[in-house]
Design a protein around this ligand. Structure first.
Ligand SMILES: Cc1cc2nc3c(=O)[nH]c(=O)nc-3n(C[C@H](O)[C@H](O)[C@H](O)COP(=O)(O)OP(=O)(O)OC[C@H]3O[C@@H](n4cnc5c(N)ncnc54)[C@H](O)[C@@H]3O)c2cc1C
Ligand code: FES
Length: 240
């Protein structure tokens, strides 16, 4: 993990308020890890956590939604601009532990950390992707996963409803997921009911990103843990 400056290769919109940023990075990255991103003009003070969406040779890609001041400012950076990165951070998904069939489940921008994961797992994984209405980067999941199920709340693309209603839990040994907290709760509960192992990536507001401020606490059966340092990936068994 290091703090360094990188140069933007590309920072382009891929959907409504969703951007894809590619920058130079050399080093090992586990799927599910994240970086803290900051522009150099101090227009916002605390760096913002963004997950690794993909890794290609010496380039790392981030997929992010322009949500508030920080990410909107990041979306205005242009190719050639320098910015600050701190990472890779967090535990990520442990793919060496996986056995049998795996379901990868993402909701909205929570699909971002799952693409690199699916790419590494290849045909051993099925992808279930849920969106409100606009879908993005689905074709890249289709390229890597064995099967890709797309669900939109309004039914405009793929199946209609909530992605959690389409997962055939009995077919899988493990479910790996990232998305809104309510969706993560539902997945953990369904995995418990179906006796399936699960690991979910939790998004907490983060200030330091390195385990110091305790602003990202997650309550577990083993006591309080820090999403930035002990997570963001937690097993369904340890979550309360
Ligand atoms: C480990 C981790 C990985 C993440 N990966 C991604 C990613 O790959 N792509 C992406 O688009 N976003 C990701 N996020 C969320 C992203 O960090 C926040 O959207 C961003 O920090 C908001 O900053 P802002 O200045 O744009 O908005 P702010 O002005 O700070 O906030 C705008 C709105 O976003 C909400 N918000 C702020 N932080 C979070 C958060 N952590 N989770 C949920 N809502 C938040 C606020 O409550 C507020 O409603 C990740 C968060 C974490 C903790
Ligand atoms: S963000 Fe500071 S301890 Fe996690």
């Amino acid at each position: 993990m290091k703090v360094f400056r990188s140069r933007i290769n590309e920072n382009r919109p891929v959907s409504n308020r969703i951007f894809e940023l590619t920058a130079d990075f050399e080093g090992e990255i586990k799927p599910g890890q994240f970086f803290m991103l900051k522009t150099l003009d101090n227009s916002f003070l605390l760096p913002r956590p963004i997950s690794v969406n993909n890794v290609n040779e010496n380039r790392v890609t981030f997929l992010y939604r322009a949500e508030g001041a920080g990410t909107t400012r990041i979306s205005t950076m242009r190719p050639g601009d320098e910015f600050q990165l701190f990472g890779p951070l967090g535990n990520g998904f442990d793919i060496n532990e996986l056995q049998g069939r795996t379901a990868i489940v993402g909701g909205g921008i929570g699909t971002a950390p799952l693409l690199y994961l699916v790419k590494l797992l290849g045909k051993k994984a099925d992808a279930y992707l849920g969106f409100k209405d606009c879908v993005y980067k689905v074709d890249e999941f289709e390229n890597h996963a064995d099967k890709t199920v797309v669900v939109t709340e309004d039914g405009s693309v793929g199946e209609k409803g909530f992605v959690t209603d389409y997962i055939e839990y009995g077919k899988y040994d493990t479910v790996l997921a990232c998305g809104p907290e309510i969706m993560m709760k539902k997945i953990v509960q369904s995995c418990r009911e179906n006796n399936v192992k699960c690991y979910v990536s939790l998004e907490r507001r983060m200030a330091c990103g390195m385990g110091v401020c305790l602003g990202c606490t997650v309550v577990t059966r083993d006591g309080n843990k820090r999403a930035c340092k002990d997570g963001p990936v937690f097993s369904g068994e340890e979550l309360i």
